[in-house]
Design a protein around this ligand. Structure first.
Ligand SMILES: Nc1nc2c(ncn2[C@@H]2O[C@H](COP(=O)(O)OP(=O)(O)OP(=O)(O)O)[C@@H](O)[C@H]2O)c(=O)[nH]1
Length: 283
C-alpha cells in the first residue's frame, strides 16, 4: 500500500475496446499493426464508427472488413471475483490534443509500458484496472480518446457516463495548454454534464521529462485555480512520474462526491441464487 492508502491489486484486467490507430496514411491496407514510426497528415478515413482492437497488439481495421479481426469486443483476461462481485466501476476519460501523451499515460498506468512510436488513436479505446483506494476496491475503466480534430465525431459519442475527465496537455506544447478550455467545453457539452462546476476534472501536464518547456507549472496551476479549482499533476508517461498519483486522485475525486451513489455502479446487480421472501401475492 502506498502512503496515500492506495493499493493496486496484482491482478490486472484488460479489456480492449473500440480502438484503432492511425499511421496517417491513406488507402492503407487493413490490419496495419502499430509499432511503425508515427507520421502525421493524410486524412482519408471515412469510417463512421471506430474499429475494435483484437488483442493486445493494436490493429487498424476498416468497419466494413469481414476478416477475423473485424470489430468485436475481446475480453483478454477474465474478470477477477473482486471485479464481478465487490468492486465499483468508474469511467475516467482522457482528453487533450493529439500527441500530448494520452495513450501513453493509459498504457503506463495499466501495463507499466511506454512506447516511443505510437500511432494516433482513432475514436477511442479503453483499458480496465482494478485498484484499491482508501480501503475501497474500484475498477477504473480508462477511456483514451483521439485528440486530432478530424476524429472528433468518433470520440464525442463516448463522453457520456464519464465519472471523471482528465484534461491533458503537454508541457512542451503551449498550444495544447491553450486548448484545455476547448476540451473542457467539448466534454461538458457532449457528456451532457448537468453540474459542470462540481464535475471532477483533473488536469495533467505531461512530458515532464522533456527539458524544453513551453508551459510553466505556475501558469498551469493558475489556469486550474481560475477554471474551477481543478487538481493539477505534472506527469511523464515516459519515466512514470506522477502517473499513478494522477489516476488515484481522479478516483478520490469521484468517491468524494456527495452524490457518489449516482456515480458508482455496483457490478453484482443480479444474484441468481437469492430466494425471494416477499409476502406479496399476486392479484
Ligand atoms: N518524452 C516523452 N514523450 C512522450 C510522453 N508521453 C508520450 N510521449 C510520446 O509522444 C507521442 C504521442 O503520444 P501518444 O500517447 O500517442 O499521444 P496521444 O495524446 O494519445 O495522441 P492521439 O492519439 O493523437 O490523441 C509518442 O511518440 C509518445 O512516445 C512523455 O511523458 N515523455
Amino acid at each position: 500500500m502506498t502512503p496515500g492508502g492506495v493499493t493496486n491489486s496484482g491482478h490486472m484486467s484488460v479489456i480492449s475496446g473500440s480502438g484503432a490507430r492511425d499511421s496517417g496514411g491513406t488507402g492503407a491496407p487493413c490490419h496495419r499493426a502499430a509499432g511503425a514510426p508515427r507520421r502525421d497528415g493524410g486524412d482519408g478515413f471515412s469510417r463512421s464508427e471506430p474499429a475494435v482492437t483484437a488483442d493486445s497488439t493494436r490493429f487498424q481495421c476498416f468497419p466494413h472488413c469481414r476478416c477475423s479481426r473485424a470489430p468485436r469486443l475481446t475480453l483478454l483476461d477474465p474478470p477477477s471475483s473482486a471485479m464481478t462481485s465487490k468492486s465499483s466501476l468508474l469511467k475516467v476519460i482522457l482528453l487533450g490534443d493529439g500527441g500530448v501523451g494520452k495513450s501513453s499515460l493509459m498504457n503506463r498506468y495499466v501495463t507499466n509500458k511506454f512506447d516511443t512510436h505510437l500511432f494516433h488513436t482513432i475514436g477511442v479505446e479503453f483499458l480496465n484496472k482494478e485498484l484499491e483506494v482508501d480501503g475501497r476496491t474500484v475498477t477504473l475503466q480508462i477511456w483514451d480518446t483521439a485528440g486530432q480534430e478530424r476524429f472528433r465525431s468518433l470520440r464525442t459519442p463516448f463522453y457520456r457516463g464519464s465519472d471523471c475527465c482528465l484534461l491533458t496537455f503537454s508541457v512542451d506544447d503551449g498550444q495544447s495548454f491553450h486548448n484545455l478550455a476547448n476540451w473542457k467545453k467539448e466534454f461538458t457539452y457532449y457528456a451532457d454534464v448537468k453540474d459542470p462546476e462540481n464535475f471532477p476534472f483533473v488536469v495533467l501536464g505531461n512530458k515532464l521529462d522533456v527539458p524544453e518547456r513551453q508551459v510553466s507549472g505556475e501558469d498551469a496551476r493558475q489556469w486550474c485555480r481560475e477554471n474551477g479549482g481543478h487538481p493539477y499533476f505534472e506527469t511523464s508517461a515516459k519515466d512514470a512520474t506522477n502517473v499513478a498519483s494522477a489516476f488515484e486522485e481522479a478516483v478520490r475525486r469521484v468517491l468524494a462526491l456527495d452524490d457518489r451513489a449516482e456515480h458508482l455502479i455496483p457490478t453484482n446487480t443480479v444474484d441468481l441464487h437469492r430466494k425471494n421472501h416477499s409476502n406479496s401475492s399476486c392479484c
